[in-house]
Design a binder for this molecule. Sequence first.
Ligand code: SF4
Length: 177
Amino acid sequence: MPLVDRVLYPLMRHSHNLFFNFDSPLAPAYKLASRALDNNIAGRLFMHLAEHPVKRTLLGCQRCGDCAIQHVGFLCPESGCPKHTRNGACGGSRNGMCEVNPDRRCVWFRAHARLASTGNVSEMCHGCVPPRMWELNHTSSWLNFHLGRDHQSNGGEISGCCRQTSCHLLLSDTKAS
Ligand code: SF4
């Protein structure tokens, strides 16, 4: 795994668990702060300035507003995949390279390597990821998460529809451990 992935993956995983976790004791405070910021244009501008430069630099973020990096090994499915897939590789990659842009590694190949490095490949099979919520385009994904507007709060019905028992990734993860 490239050095950049080795450094960024644990960092982003840790940050995500700290700031974007509904079970965190800080979650009610994040929600209150998000509500206050979302209520006025200055607050939303502040969030844009706080969120976008960091995510643009680290992830190539395109401000889809419905962030799904936690499903893709903390890589962006919008900038990283020409097909914007959120539920796994399209099946067209060869030797880990993208079929649309053969000079780039498949984002799902990278995600698998990242998860395998910490023995968490089975996370790729934890339910289906609901479709992107296009109505959130160009809004703050951080506010949308904490205010329950994104797919993580609104996609429960779809996310429970995964064929987990037949998932070959789960089997290979079990063999590896
Ligand atoms: S908000 Fe959307 S475009 Fe930005 S990093 Fe997350 S998934 Fe990618």
